[in-house]
Design a protein around this ligand. Structure first.
Ligand code: SAM
Length: 287
């Protein structure tokens, strides 16, 4: 197997194909072999799994996934990588590469087509410029047992944040609504070529088998979450009144009181259970 993370192998390989990194495509390739090995190992991928990889680059993680999974489907935007991937992962017969923008794919249809009878998982060293849209698409697809990705460390912290902390955001709640995230390990900038300006972290998001909240209307729930965080450091009452004009300030106050929350409470201190209760009160108020 070609040791693609060895800089003395990678540089001549890239030069041979006249390949230059594209910043616009978020191309920072791994040059530390322990990283893709550990991502693949910690992701829980095994011979019962079909794994979707986003952005294989020149294939360091792809190789490790192919060694463990029953099937790997890798979606890569940059077709210039085709002859290189031919050399680095061409030997694997459990790999299919799709040349496309992952954001343009119907993910549930792709999973159905590629991974029939297998446990679907997603695993990737993500292009950082589209971390949120990719994660949103993967979680909304609702078909992966787990999603294990490398992201900027601060994004990982945001995803795994607890209520009331500075990192807690609407995106935290979105991710924790669908999954239970766990930060696995940090990856220093020196593990990439070219080096990014930030530290990275690998995070796994395990899909909840059951969501422990009773939510009457998911749309109202997420709207309440967004409204509360849109006016950070303002009271929840102001946030809700702005997000739900039909409530007005008086209605917002009534809904907050019905949840047993203090009138001056701030949205960013509420956990998912409290947001669920709040959203249900809004639904009932509208009736
Ligand atoms: N997996 C490789 C590694 O770890 O060295 C490369 C990771 S690099 C951070 C991100 C990869 O995603 C690049 O190969 C880039 O071309 C690809 N990419 C960027 N935007 C994409 C998109 N919209 N759809 C699919 N792949 C994309």
């Amino acid at each position: 197997m070609v040791n693609v993370c060895d800089i003395h192998v990678m540089k001549p390989l890239l030069a041979e194909h006249g390949f230059h990194f594209s910043k616009a495509k978020g191309q920072n390739f791994l040059i530390a072999g322990w990283v893709p090995e550990r991502i693949a190992e910690d992701s829980g991928v095994d011979e019962t799994v079909g794994v979707l990889e986003i952005g294989p680059g020149i294939g360091p993680l792809t190789q490790q996934l192919c060694l463990r999974a029953k099937k790997v489907c890798a979606v890569e935007l940059d077709r210039r990588l085709e002859p290189i991937l031919q050399q680095t992962v061409g030997e694997f017969d459990n790999l299919q590469i799709l040349w496309d923008d992952v954001l343009k794919r119907d993910i549930p249809a792709l999973v159905k087509e590629q991974f029939a009878g297998l446990r679907p998982m997603a695993c990737a060293n993500l292009p950082y410029y589209i971390t949120s849209p990719i994660l949103t698409a993967l979680l909304e697809a609702g078909c992966f047992e787990a999603v294990t990705v490398m992201v900027q460390k601060e994004v990982a912290q945001r995803i795994a944040a607890r209520a009331g902390t500075a990192d807690y955001s609407a995106f935290t709640i979105f991710c924790q609504y669908y999954t239970e995230p766990e930060i696995l390990f940090d990856v220093p900038a020196g593990c990439f070529l070219p080096q990014p300006k930030v530290t990275s972290a690998v995070i796994t998001l395990r899909t909840r088998k059951e969501r422990p909240w009773k939510i009457l209307d998911e749309k109202v729930f997420f709207k309440a979450v967004r409204a509360s965080f849109a006016m950070r450091r303002k009271t929840l009452q102001n946030g809700l009144a702005a997000g739900f004009p039909e409530l007005g300030k008086a209605g917002a106050a009534q809904v907050i009181a019905a949840c047993g929350l203090p009138a001056t409470v701030r949205g960013e201190t509420l956990d998912i259970a409290k947001f669920a209760a709040l959203a249900n009160e809004i639904v009932n108020y509208k009736k």
